[in-house]
Design a binder for this molecule. Structure first.
Ligand code: NAG
Ligand code: NAG
Length: 217
């Protein structure tokens, strides 16, 4: 006798929750976020549509390069509904401009709620992600190339060219979330115990302490 999905469900062998593959669908044509509203909900309160015009949908935040004079040699400029691009509210998208100095790195990180596509506008990048079997998928991108980082997987971008590089990223969530792997483990507050990190990484606690100093808040 075949076992139906319903029977499996009753036997507790299938999860009851449905996991959404993307943000919830919008129920208006648009809902330009009112960034001064104190109301908190799943998304952002809309402005009065009567105040919206064509120019409301224009975003100029990517016209200048981010400042890459920092330890990583990279800069991430957001185009986010809740930060600087309110017309993206409820549209299921977030954007970023990514700038890289030569040898600049956007370090290993994940976006728990989004797939990311990058378009390399200028330069040369080594990019890659690691899947849940620890297989590494590196690629060498040149100007004009596009690459997709699957949802939730650890990934990075590194400028292997001799000139500054920049890319535009599009993520399929209004609020993709970002978790940088190294600071999450070595710069957390309160700190993750040295014994845990020592065992996890196979290094003595003294070395854990040295790494932690690099991520001290
Ligand atoms: C945004 O919300 C504030 C606070 O509720 C309100 O005073 C203001 O009129 C709203 N702005 C628009 C353009 O709807
Ligand atoms: C870039 O950042 C560095 C370090 O914070 C700062 O010294 C420099 O003035 C900044 N440059 C620009 C053009 O803002």
């Amino acid at each position: 006798m075949e076992t139906s999905l319903l029977q499996l469900l009753h036997m507790g062998l299938l999860p009851m929750t449905v996991v959404m593959a993307a943000d919830a669908d919008p129920i208006y044509d648009f809902c330009v976020a009112n960034l001064t509203s104190p109301i908190i909900l799943n998304g952002l309160v809309c402005v009065n549509p009567a105040t919206v015009t064509g120019s409301t949908f224009v975003f100029k935040g990517f016209e200048t390069a981010g400042n890459t004079s920092n330890g990583l040699g990279s800069a991430v400029t957001p185009g986010f509904a809740g930060v600087n691009y309110p017309a993206l509210n409820t549209q299921g998208l977030a954007l970023a401009r990514l700038d890289y100095a030569p040898a600049g790195l956007v370090p290993p990180h994940t976006h728990p709620r989004a797939t990311e596509v990058i378009y390399l506008v200028k330069g040369e990048l080594l990019v890659g992600f690691v899947d849940t079997n620890d297989k590494f998928y590196p690629a060498h991108l040149k100007t004009g190339d596009v690459f997709v980082f699957p949802r939730g997987l650890v990934h990075f971008q590194y400028n292997i060219g001799t000139t500054p590089a920049f890319a535009i990223a599009v993520l399929n969530s209004q609020n993709p979330g970002v978790q940088l792997i190294a600071p999450a483990l070595f710069g957390a507050t309160p700190p993750v115990e040295d014994a845990v990190l020592s065992k996890a990484f196979g290094i003595p606690p003294s070395e854990v302490e040295i790494i932690k100093k690099g991520f001290a808040a």
